[in-house]
Design a protein around this ligand. Sequence first.
Ligand code: ZN
Ligand code: ZN
Length: 439
Amino acid sequence: MTTKQAPRKKKLRSAGFSNPNALKLDIPTPPTLRECLAQNLFGSGISPRGYRELSVQHSKQLIERYPSLYRLADASPVSSSPPFAREGFACGDGWFAVIDKLSAKLSADPNLVVSQIKEKFGLLRIYFELSPLPSNEIEEGTDIALAEAVAESQMTCERCGKPGKHAQREGRWSVKCDACTAEEARRKSLRPWMERLLAGLPAAPGGRSRLDLSPEHALALLEKYPGLYREAWTAPTSPASRFAAGGFEIGDGWFRLVDRVSARLAKDPALHVVQVKEKYGRLKVYFERAEGVPRDPRLDAEMKPALDEDADESERTCEVCGEPGTHEERHRWWSVRCGPCDQIDEISAACERIGKLVGGLDLATFSANEMIQDAVRLALVDIGRAAAGQPSKSRERLPGIGWDRLEHFKDVTAVKGMPVDELWRFASEEAPVLERKLR
Ligand SMILES: [Zn+2]
Ligand SMILES: [Zn+2]
């Protein structure tokens, strides 16, 4: 569930001072609840309530099914408007079925308009616009329907809709099932990188891209060895714990190796990992031992050489893709790469070279300088050769690169014959994008 904030107030466009009415005319009307939902934004513009807000999809369904009851979805959401116009359905998605059932009963009375619907003290609360007053008969039916819905909300997990318990949790009343209670406690202690992983993003924000452990692999390790990687969930043992700060700082190619190392370490329940990283092109896993737990000498004796063997194997395993690789100094860093992944680094380096050649130039200067043009053409041929060496596996791993086109640049004659403006476009526009994509 996303928790984007609805754009309540758009910025005023600069109003022309010559026209005294310009400012007035320029004041935009904030979008209504229906308009927010149409853009997949939540209703509540004031504070996103996270899971305690009905999903966009369910909100839309209710507004469409019961247009008269929820007609305030089209009202202007200014501060004097009823809360429903500003906040929409201010309760968790688990109550959708309860609200749907209640709405079907309430919509029998065309005069009823919901002015607020929310969770309060862990129960469903609904308020109506008072005029025109409904007839007594319908009012009675409304009361019964409301009482039933509130009773139902009291037994329904507000988060997932399964049977839940109405109880005070950390000083606040709510209805939750056991699973959601546990999940929430777990999320509270989450590290920022864990939140990113759970959202399917790489752990490092804007980080190492090609050298990030994929979210699926990271989560698989955390799930398989919860004790060993307990710092993903619990308070770190020391402020210096790198694992708590950043998670797995290795490329996806080493996933299998880390899995194997983890299985070895997990045999000793006193151990937990405080850092997983690459150093001088070698896998490093640092761990700590809980105090007061007796050591198992046999386990200790077999663990050390096994771990050394795993680390040795990392020096023969491409950190990007896991294929056999060579350990050497590249671009002033030690790393392990297979042939194709090494060549991708070459493409990056060629793009960087092109960037340095044309940086600060304009087309006219570039057109007049054949020496620079030739240097760019040379770099282009390097890119073409490296691209031609990419097997389909690594092309699939990096989609959106336009491999076939890059491959054409290996043809020296074609590159020599490339018109200057085309060369310029590649150097000034495409090369920087390509470099970013391959980083
Ligand atoms: Zn639940
Ligand atoms: Zn590789």
